[in-house]
Each structure stands twice: as C-alpha cells, then as structure tokens.
Write a protein that binds this ligand. Sequence first.
Ligand SMILES: [Zn+2]
Length: 196
Amino acid sequence: MPSPVAHSLIGLSLGAAWLTPARMAIKEMPKIIWGLRRPLVLCIVAANAPDLDFLPGLLTGDLNAFHQGLTHTVPFVLAVAVVLRYVSRTWPKRRVAQWLFLIGASHLAADLLTVDTREPIGIMGLWPFSREYFTAPFSIFMPLQKQSWADLMRPYNWRVVSVELAWCLPLLLAVFAWKIKNSASLLTRRLPNNTE
Ligand SMILES: [Zn+2]
C-alpha cells in the first residue's frame, strides 16, 4: 500500500476536480479552496478510510495484523461514501455519494498499483461476492515498511514518499492548471466583445 500522502493527494485531486468551479482565475484560487476546506477534508478522509484497519493492529503491536481485509472492499468503500454523504449537509455540488465512492475506490486502485510482498498478495476487493485476491499487472508505488511505529521513520520510507509525491503532485497541479486554463480561454473568447 502507498502511504497516506499518496492516498490524500489522489483524494484531494479528485475532490478539487469535482468541487471547484469549472473555471478559476489564479488569483481566486486561495479563496475558493479555503471556502471548500471542509468538503475537501472529507474527500481526504474518504480516500484514506480503508486503512482504518491499521487501528486494531495497534493493539497487537503489528500494524499489518488486520491490514487489507474487509475495509479494502467495494462494499466498505460504498458504506463510507454513504456515511460521509450525511456527515456534511453543505456539499456545494451534487452526486456526493457517487464522487465519494469514486474517491474511496481510488484507494483500492492505488493499493492495487503498489508492490505487495506480503501474503496474501493483492486485495479481496469484491468480497462478499468473490473471495479472489486482485492485483495489477504492474506497480507504480513502493510499499511502506510499517511493521511497527519505529519503521515509519526509516530512510527507505522517505524514498517511498518521494516517489509518491512525484506521481501524485502533478495530478493535483494538473487539476488546477485545467481549471485556470478554462478560465483563461473564457476570457480570451470574451475579449473581442469587450473591445467593441
Ligand atoms: Zn490500503
């Protein structure tokens, strides 16, 4: 699995693509994003929710003890989307549950695209309809070393996070660039009328 850094950036990118206006002037961006902070935080929560299965592992001293089990399934992601749908009644856009489901599903997709060295390989994403473990034919993320809290500070894990930033930050920047470009092209189309 990737770290919460990758999951959060992917969730934030999808949330920003959905929640921000189709066109944003660059100077309006900070104000718009600040105004959307609560729903964007819930997008980050949805993107990380499947990793709640680390919490019971804290009690056993092995963070992986219950990892990539029932919370890494499509029905769990759907349940989280429905719950978060009602946590905030102030969503600025429609199709809330659908987008939250997509953001939650991005967690499963990112996990599938991560090198998995721990048996059973992959995730049982379609449980209870299938007990088959799925994994992608290729990987773009490296796995975190996370047997214990001390492992999390290892230099290897900083390399893992660097790779994640290299993949995921461009995704977020691309979303903002797309919205700014839309805004600029609208301005260009309006200019001839303004000069008449
Ligand atoms: Zn996960």
